[in-house]
Ligand binder design. Structure first.
Ligand code: PEP
Length: 251
């Protein structure tokens, strides 16, 4: 039985007081069980404060990106060493907004996945197609390519620990959710790709989230699908009560 993972991606939102209040409002309410884990993906500047605030609770703190090098002359960047040092445990890699606006590529996502594991961070690797790609029936080949390139060179044990977030770009922040069948179809395909590229055991263990306008009203149906092991959620993760409803759906 794979443990579900609900990750709230705040993107570039909240000031410090709001971020800390969110943790105060959720830390004693997230379920502590073997069915679901709760992850908050916050802006870099709040990570240290939120790790402190969430200490002793089952809320895990994630970064939304990182560099793949340990240190060096990379002005404005944040390294895996720094994230690990302050107690961050997860990191989102290759979100479509980073691919679109910040030149993230499959190659840098792969380097970052290796760097994450080298420093004990769990990567949440995002993949997904544009509307144009879906309409021209490229979804499966595109996602397959993204997954294979992201995971290239990782050990079987590392792949088992990886979280893959399938996020159709046309469903992110648009209010348009993929139907649960559409979402599951791609997640099933991703699991098959992992089975072929790595092993059946890795495919069985890897957790695959769906992301794209997930909210309390549609999360149950999405999580009931055979190959959807959680959700990566933007808009509906910003309010504590909404985030808690999403987490409860996984419990
Ligand atoms: C996301 O940020 O990855 C996302 C899926 O956003 P939203 O839930 O707002 O569509």
């Amino acid at each position: 039985m794979r443990k579900k993972v609900i990750a709230g991606n705040w993107k570039m939102n909240k000031v410090l007081a709001e971020a800390e209040q969110f943790i105060a409002d959720t830390k004693n309410s997230v379920p502590a069980n073997d069915k679901v884990e709760s992850v908050v993906c916050a802006p870099f500047v709040y990570l240290a404060a939120l790790v402190d605030k969430a200490a002793g609770s089952d809320v895990k703190i994630a970064a939304q990106n990182m560099h793949f090098e340990d240190d060096g002359a990379f002005t404005g960047e944040v390294s895996p060493v720094m994230l690990k040092d302050i107690g961050v445990t997860y990191v989102v890699l290759g979100h479509s907004e980073r691919r679109e606006y910040f030149a993230e590529t499959d190659e840098t996502v792969n380097k970052k996945a290796h760097a994450a594991f080298n420093h004990g961070l769990t990567p949440i690797v995002c993949v997904g197609e544009t509307l144009e790609q879906r309409e021209s029936n490229e979804t499966m080949t595109l996602v397959e390519d993204q997954v294979k390139k992201a995971l290239a060179g990782l050990s079987e044990a590392q792949v088992k620990e990886t979280i893959i977030a399938y996020e159709p770009i046309w469903a992110i922040g648009t209010g348009k959710t993929a139907t649960s069948e559409q979402a599951n179809e791609v997640c099933t395909h991703i699991r098959k790709v992992v089975a072929e590229a790595v092993s059946a055991d890795a495919a069985e263990a890897v957790r695959i989230q769906y992301g794209g306008s997930v909210k309390p009203a549609n999360v149950d149906e999405l999580l009931s699908q055979s190959d959807i092991d959680g959700a990566l959620v933007g808009g509906a993760s910003l309010e504590a009560d909404s985030f808690l409803k999403l987490v409860e759906a996984g419990a």
